[in-house]
Design a protein around this ligand. Structure first.
Ligand code: S5P
Length: 267
């Protein structure tokens, strides 16, 4: 059967990537396919919101280079919160350079991303060397990679043959690549040979987009109509007026995403 109609826990059993397996298991346990993008710029705000949202999310997505007062204590705290609430950390670094350069960017520099982020992502634009470079650092640490197969923004060049070639790249690197950032479940051969996870940003219930090209769809469109697995929501959740409303919004998106998943698997 197609992975589309299987439960997350059934898929966890047959996925032999440790990181993907753990993610599918905790999604099933916590009943959530919601990832929140905490795109705020102060350390204390990230920590406060992460602790608040822990119970509602399967993946905490960060943009570590927008944090004004970054230090390693921030990522240590996020690691502790990830343990406390059982979620994975995804640094949305969007690597896009040659293998040798991304290796350094992933392992070293100020942020030492590989030391704390379970999942990161890369544009396939440089060719397969980018995966090989990241893999040299990430595999020994049991990290995993997502390839950007499509984007949510208006006018994106990631479409058509580019997207199809991205899927082929992933199929040749299944030891490290666990899935995609994309808008549609493009590859599902239905024969259980390779289960890729589709994480989908550009999700909003209230608005259709922003003034800078972002485009939003609903959790139902993403999970049921497009067959993706995880909804990524940023401003739709953290952009609330206070903590109580942030929690309310997280629960609203969690429920919308989970109900859509139940509908998809026919439960
Ligand atoms: O195609 C993409 C890929 C990503 S990872 N479109 C996106 O918007 N993103 C990220 O998802 C983006 O960098 C941001 O962190 C989040 C969307 O945030 P929102 O506030 O628009 O929901």
């Amino acid at each position: 059967p197609s992975f589309l109609t299987q439960t997350y826990s059934e898929r966890a059993k047959v996925n032999d990537n440790a990181c993907a397996k753990k993610l599918l298991e905790l999604m099933d346990k916590k009943k959530t396919n919601l990832s929140v993008a905490i795109d705020v710029t102060k350390k204390d705000d990230i920590i406060r919101i992460a602790d608040l949202l822990g119970p509602y999310i399967c993946v905490l997505k960060t943009h570590i280079d927008i944090v004004e007062d970054f230090d390693m204590e921030l990522v240590e705290t996020l690691k502790q919160l990830a343990q406390k609430h059982e979620f994975l950390i995804f640094e949305d670094r969007k690597f896009a350079d040659i293998g040798n350069t991304v290796k350094h960017q992933y392992e070293g520099g100020v942020y030492k991303i590989a030391s704390w982020s379970d999942i990161t992502n890369a544009h396939p634009i440089p060719g397969e060397g980018i995966i090989k470079g990241l893999k040299e650092v990430g595999l020994p640490l049991n990290r995993a990679l997502l390839l950007l197969a499509e984007m949510s923004s208006k006018g994106t060049l990631a479409k058509g043959q580019y997207t199809l070639d991205t899927i082929e790249m992933a199929k040749r690197n299944t030891d490290f690549v666990i899935g995609f950032i994309g808008q549609n479940r493009i590859y599902d051969n239905g024969d259980n040979s390779q289960d890729f996870l589709y994480l989908t940003p550009g999700v909003g219930l209230e608005t259709k987009g922003d003034s800078l090209g972002q485009q939003y769809r609903t959790p139902h469109q993403v999970i049921v109509e497009s067959g993706c697995d995880i909804i990524i929501v940023g401003r739709g959740v953290y952009g609330a007026k206070d903590d109580a409303e942030i929690k309310e919004r997280a629960e609203k998106y969690r429920k919308a995403g989970w109900d859509a998943y139940l509908e998809r698997i026919g439960q």
